[in-house]
Ligand binder design. Structure first.
Ligand code: GLU
Length: 444
């Protein structure tokens, strides 16, 4: 096979769409797997909608995903080349300048360039879908340029693909109907026909085309939500492709190694958010404690406790947004002393033994003092359980009569991690101080 060249041709008219990113990934994987190259092309022919900010953002987001390319071009900078080839096809009689009334104002006449369409059937092979036939007669002599200096999109694309020697056009199924037009233009230009692969559409769970209504459709939104690029890449790869077995965990470099067009499916690929979250959680769990904090942009007023809270976050959070929410919500007591409510503190006190909560909390201070500052939840449990059990032996209230006020004194919350975990993160010094404050509240 001659050299493989694929293309990543986004239109900079909005944020990087997840469908565009998935297509870019497949182009990248196919080229890299086969030792080929990738061309990046900014398709900015729509001058009113294209924006440099979107182009920059798309490039940043694709790079964030780990994708790279070997050359870069912008359609707006290639108008001379398009004119040169428009003149050529007109000279050769394959296209012609047509003077006709303007569509929205028939009193004005304009000159457009139309392709002389032989009107035959165009047959092409899609490497995934097989042979596809289009009757092109009804396309008529379609317009390929608004003027000699203003080539339309299809003409520009064909010229660009030809000049970049693109060997494989891998793109979304929504572009399949562009293919016959583009093939007719290729034939007029005498360009070689690349191979085509049309990827299945991305569908929502009801098997409708994925739309904004369904949830986030841009890569940026997922990044902001705290989805790791490794996870998005892993998830994108499985949207319409599978390795032929039941493996599900793939890094970008592993994908480069195993990717092949054989694994691409024809039917629509369903965007399953639950699956994305579980893939993300798997990638989050692979991170070291420090990487978890930096990559998740996690901040707290106590770095030491933040570090100790990572195992909790790793176990519970499926995105970094969730982790950040936990830090300011149910785990905020690790960083800010809670306001403790007397009534809640006494919620489990057996009515027949008033004052036992104070005694129970006091009894914990001695064993807590004996603990080292840096201690595991298991060690805390081992040191404190005999005191909770001693209460249970007295028959009334059970362990909860000790563990509830302990947990509540430390967290001030109905829901929080268990007291042993809280103590292991807070350290015995802070723990004892919070217990003393709770006792003072009870004595009031
Ligand atoms: N610029 C088009 C898009 O962003 C790509 C068209 C193509 O791959 O031919 O959808």
């Amino acid at each position: 096979m001659s050299k493989i060249v694929t293309r990543i041709p986004p239109s900079p008219t909005g944020h990087l769409h997840i469908g565009t990113a998935r297509t870019a990934l497949f182009n990248y994987l196919f080229a890299r797997h086969n030792g080929g190259s990738v061309v990046f092309r900014s398709e900015d022919t729509d001058r009113t909608r294209s924006k440099k900010e979107f182009e920059d953002e798309i490039i940043a987001d694709l790079s964030w995903l780990g994708l790279s390319w070997d050359s870069f071009s912008r359609q707006s900078e290639r108008t001379d080349r398009y004119r040169e080839l428009l003149e050529k096809v007109v000279q050769e009689g394959k296209a012609y300048v047509s003077t006709e009334p303007k569509k929205d104002d028939p009193s004005v006449s304009i000159e457009v360039v139309r392709l002389r369409n032989p009107g035959t059937s165009v047959v092409f092979t899609d490497l995934v879908r097989g042979e596809i036939t289009f009757d092109t007669a009804e396309l008529g002599d379609f317009v390929i340029a608004r003027s000699m200096t203003d080539a339309l999109y299809h003409f520009a694309v064909v010229v660009d693909d030809m000049d970049a020697e693109v060997s494989h056009i891998i793109r979304g199924e929504d572009h399949i109907s562009n293919t016959p037009r583009q093939i007719l233009i290729q034939e007029a230009l005498g360009a070689e026909r690349p191979a085509y692969v049309h990827l299945p559409l991305i569908l929502d769970e009801k098997r409708a085309k994925l739309s904004k209504r369904h949830g986030a459709t841009s890569v940026m939104e997922y990044r902001d939500e705290g989805i790791l690029p490794e996870a998005l890449v892993n998830f994108f790869a499985l949207l319409g492709w599978n390795p032929g077995d039941d493996r599900e965990d793939f890094s970008l470099s592993q994908l480069v190694e195993v990717f092949s067009l054989d694994g691409i499916q024809k039917s629509g690929a369903v965007w399953n958010r639950e699956k994305l979250l579980s893939v993300n959680q798997r990638w989050m769990r692979k991170l070291s404690d420090d990487a978890f904090i930096t990559r998740g942009d996690l901040v707290a007023n106590n770095q030491e406790r933040l570090r100790k809270a990572v195992p909790l976050l790793r176990e519970r959070a499926r995105t970094f947004a969730e982790a950040r929410e936990m830090l300011s919500g149910e785990l905020s007591c690790l960083f800010t002393e809670p306001a403790v409510d007397r009534v809640r503190l006494l919620a489990k006190e057996p009515p027949e033994r008033p004052g036992m909560t104070i005694l129970a909390l006091e009894s914990l201070c001695e064993p807590l003092k004996a603990l080292p500052e840096d201690v595991s939840p298991e060690m805390v449990k081992e040191a404190l359980m005999p005191f909770a059990d001693a209460e249970e032996l007295k028959g009334k209230g059970g362990r909860g009569a000790v563990l509830w006020p302990l947990r509540f004194a430390l967290s001030g919350q109905e829901r929080s991690p268990d007291p042993f975990t809280l103590i292991s993160i807070l350290g015995s010094f802070e723990t004892i101080s919070r217990i003393r404050k709770a006792i003072a509240i009870l004595r009031k």
